[in-house]
Design a protein around this ligand. Structure first.
Ligand code: MN
Ligand code: MN
Length: 463
């Protein structure tokens, strides 16, 4: 007769903190990998900056820009820049392209405050910018924190100005104000979704008037004059600009044990960076590797830089044709990891999760079979067969992984790009890093989970 201890060991699923399953050497490797990730987070806060960072890294690693019709051979490394806001990269495999590609898809846009097209105004001798928030945010979280401004302005003559202000130690920052508690009696009785409204997310940008007694709107004039001197822009140039206010603080170690990273935009740059590094470190794969870092996920993936657009499909069709096949055949034989974050169990808010089916920090990269809301609506729901294949692959390469849903049934929900890729007849499953305080200005991930995501993507694309 076997003892219960032996039987349990044989029959029960193992749920164990990854730290207890890793060697000292591997933990040190993980910590050093995360230092580079934190540098990336301080450099690439927006989708445009992430694309610029990625293309520079790709060029330094032998990647060349791909144009349709280009001759391709096994081992070639190529990329395509989609409007400076999304990027696809590929390493051509030794197997025929009809065998399908190994696709990783992550997004590089994160929730933030976008400036409106006519943003600048003065009210009671304070100059402000009107904003329209981007993605799902809890608005009150975006008040009274330092914000920086990133993006581009296209001037009337077509010249493109790149803006990045608030990141350098000597730069000024911007801020959305909030009421003092002394006078917030009425505000404090409101629900959290109404206590700070979208139209109250105004950025404070100046308070000194232009020194001329005759002028009206003298503070606004003074700001416009500063902007003209710095960037050569006039007020109407805001119409053709994309300016994004994001948290100005840097990525930091969190905890006495430095086990976690706090930063703006882990969703989904933690999966974008790990997928990018796994791809850059991949040489001469069997299957052709395609990694896409996309835009617009946080607003539903629409638009020509989001994954509902055909840009990924066109790219795969183009390389398929360069290699003597066609997009339909290649996509139908392909496999995809939709690399996106999941919610980590938060001991302060345990009620939104079902503890047997949620992700925990430090238990490794999270495989999510389905997402969606209200009865799995809007999900691709990976098949048992494909889930089984990915599980075997991870186990045979010592990737520490777990599985988790996004919250309790009917507690809310959400989606990723998985469904849009699966709709192209690709076997797709979600895999990513659990995050605490997702979509907040300062999100938290575990260093070990981040490293395990890198390892998981590497194993998948090199298989
Ligand atoms: Mn995401
Ligand atoms: Mn998100």
């Amino acid at each position: 007769m076997e003892t219960s201890k032996v039987l349990k060991e044989k029959l029960f699923m193992k749920r164990k903190n990854a730290v207890l399953r890793m060697s000292e050497t591997e933990i040190a490797e993980c910590d050093s990998f995360c230092e580079s990730y934190m540098d990336f987070m301080n450099t690439a806060k927006t989708e445009r900056e992430a694309v610029a960072y990625t293309i520079e890294l790709l060029k330094n690693n032998g990647y060349v820009e791909y144009t349709a019709g280009m001759q391709l051979n096994a081992g070639d490394k190529i990329y395509r820049n989609n409007r400076d806001k999304a990027v696809i990269m590929a390493v051509i495999g030794t197997a025929p392209i009809e065998k399908g590609v190994r696709l990783c898809a992550a997004h590089i846009d994160s929730p933030r405050l976008d400036l409106k097209q006519n943003p600048l105004y003065e009210d009671n001798e304070i100059a402000l910018f009107k904003t329209h928030y981007y993605g799902g945010i809890k608005k009150y979280q975006w008040t009274t924190i330092p914000l920086s401004l990133h993006g581009v302005i296209i001037k009337a003559d077509g010249e493109k100005i790149t803006v990045n202000i608030g990141e350098d130690e000597n730069d000024p920052v911007f801020c959305v104000t909030d009421l003092l508690p002394h006078l917030a009696t009425d505000q404090m009785t409101k629900t959290m979704s109404k206590a700070v409204t979208g139209e109250q997310l105004n950025l404070i940008i100046g308070s000194r008037p232009f020194r001329d007694d005759e002028a009206s709107e003298a503070v606004k004039l003074n700001i416009m004059n500063i902007l003209f001197e710095k960037y050569g822009i006039t007020e109407s140039d805001f119409i053709s600009s994309e300016l994004e206010a994001v948290p100005a603080f840097k990525a930091k170690d969190v905890g006495f044990d430095r086990s976690m990273i706090g930063a703006y935009g882990h969703d989904d740059k933690v999966c974008a960076y790990t997928a990018l590094m796994a791809t850059v470190d991949c040489n001469n794969p069997v299957h052709t590797v395609v990694t896409v870092l996309t835009d617009k996920e946080e607003t539903g993936s629409d638009g020509n830089t989001g994954l509902c657009s055909a840009y990924l499909e066109y790219f795969i069709a183009d390389i398929a044709e360069s290699l003597g096949s066609d997009g339909r055949t290649v996509l139908s034989a392909s496999e995809c990891l939709s690399a996106d974050v999941n919610a980590a169990f938060d001991p302060t808010f345990p009620e939104v999760n079902e503890k047997n089916n949620c992700a925990y920090i430090n238990r490794g990269v999270c495989i999510t079979k389905y997402t969606g809301a209200r009865g799995k609506s809007g999900t691709s729901d990976a098949s048992a067969e494909f889930t089984g294949r990915i599980r075997r692959l991870m186990d045979s390469h010592d990737v520490i992984w777990q599985t988790g849903e996004l919250g309790k049934v009917d507690a809310g929900g959400g989606g990723t790009v998985a469904a849009y890729i699966a709709n192209l007849n690709v076997d797709t499953i979600d895999m990513g890093v659990p995050v605490l305080s997702m979509h907040a200005p300062f999100e938290i991930v575990s260093k070990i989970d981040t490293y395990m995501a890198y390892k998981a993507f590497s194993v998948f694309i090199n298989d």
